[in-house]
Design a protein around this ligand. Structure first.
Ligand SMILES: *Cc1c(COP(=O)(O)O)cnc(C)c1O
Length: 386
């Protein structure tokens, strides 16, 4: 295996090829990718519609800057705006999740004229200085301080604390509609609505970071649709180009009108735009969001039946599922990979995170449940007998 850069870890599994929910090593060993490499491949690995669109585009025009209209960007833009809730009608493309949140915070500050940002405990918004300032975990932040300041943290899910924190100095409240990295935390009923009401009253921007929750994963195109709440700014990345590096910020008119100068050289490049258009079109036309809702229900109830007594909690929405274990999640993830060829992701010390491609079928879900049972609740009969 090749050397890796000094900061990324290296798993002892070299991947050569991907298809659907499966990844393959050079010697042909197959792994079920239940993490979709951090939710980046909603349509499954190397989906033919995306591959074809990208290949055609890269051959015709690999790059031209965003001041020139190109068809693939126009198509991606139209598809994205059509796929986001009414009221979010203008978009700006970037290259990653952290860059989309960085832009969201800048847009909120320039549109409101205020600077104060309110974020939640256990949040994750990315690792560049601005997004990092709104990220909760000290181990990510401390060594890099000072960050872009004026961020106040409130306990995620607590409406009263949020009400106390918001004032007329507030530029934005930034929340994940369901927290991903922080442990798949679903807020209490009404929390996002309260955040909407409070930000409206204070003329502050409500930012939903849907980098992990979006693109159909929760059984709606965006997790905020489950709650019936539309933010002023919605950020997306990860699954947006089914594996190509692209992010976007979709905003209400008042944010677009108030946004000051901001851009990036690679914004809306033709190739990533082709990927975005193909990904969204395929998701929508083939109704993978509906499939994700049904498969999420199936997987969750099978997991409850198999593991309910052995774990602390199974939570989430659609195919964004967290299993709160009684023991370490890192070891469970390693055992799943090494003994069962299942790739899952930890989210914190005790939560195992399942974010499979949305195209997961019932047999694959069963395989996932069987492996989880073997790792988390091994052989219950033998244990009661001994
Ligand atoms: C992964 C993630 C980000 C950061 O995205 P990058 O593309 O890694 O910069 C931001 N917010 C959420 C909710 C994420 O899951």
């Amino acid at each position: 295996m090749s050397d890796h850069d000094f900061i990324s870890g290296s798993k002892p599994i070299g991947i050569e090829r991907g298809e659907g929910v499966s990844l393959y090593t050079a010697d042909g060993t197959e792994y079920l990718d239940a993490g979709a490499s951090y939710a980046c491949t909603p349509l499954g690995h190397s989906h033919p519609a995306v591959v074809e669109a990208v290949q055609e585009q890269v051959g015709n025009l690999t790059f031209v800057d965003s001041s020139f209209p190109v068809q693939s960007r126009e198509d991606a833009y139209a598809a994205l705006v059509a796929a986001t809730p009414d009221g979010l009608d203008q978009a700006w493309f970037c290259n990653s999740g952290t860059e989309s949140n960085e832009a969201a915070l800048k847009f909120a500050r320039s549109a409101t004229g205020n600077s104060k940002i309110i974020a939640a405990t256990r949040s994750f918004h990315g690792r560049t200085m601005g997004s990092l300032a709104a990220t909760w975990k000290d181990t990510y932040k401390k060594p890099y301080e000072p960050l872009a300041g004026d961020v106040e943290f409130v306990p995620y899910g607590d409406s009263d604390e949020l009400a106390d924190a918001i004032d007329d100095e507030t530029a934005a409240v930034i929340l994940e509609p369901i927290q991903g990295e922080g442990g798949i935390n679903v807020p209490p009923q009404g929390y996002l609505e309260t955040a909407r009401d409070l930000t409206n009253e204070a003329d502050a921007a409500l930012v939903f970071d849907e980098v992990q929750t979006g693109m159909g994963r929760t059984g709606e195109m965006w997790a905020c649709e489950n709650a019936g709440v539309t933010p002023d700014i919605l950020t997306t990345a990860k699954g947006l180009g089914n594996g190509l590096p692209v992010g976007a910020v979709v905003v209400a008119d008042w944010i677009a009108d108030g946004a000051a100068s901001h851009n990036a050289t690679f914004s809306g490049g033709p190739v990533v735009s082709a990927a975005v258009h193909a990904t969204i079109s395929t998701l929508v036309e083939e109704e993978w969001t509906t499939h994700a809702a049904a498969m999420g229900d199936y997987l969750t109830s099978e997991l409850e039946a198999a593991l309910g007594d052995e774990v602390r909690e199974i939570r989430g929405e659609g195919l964004l599922i967290g299993i709160e274990l009684k023991r370490g999640a890192n070891r469970a993830a390693r055992d799943l990979a090494m003994k069962h060829q299942i790739l899952a992701l930890p989210a914190g010390r005790t939560v195992l995170r399942l974010l499979p491609p949305l195209v997961l079928d019932e047999a694959e879900a069963d395989r996932l449940v069987d492996a989880l049972r073997a790792v988390i609740a091994p052989n219950p009969e033998a244990q009661t007998e001994s």
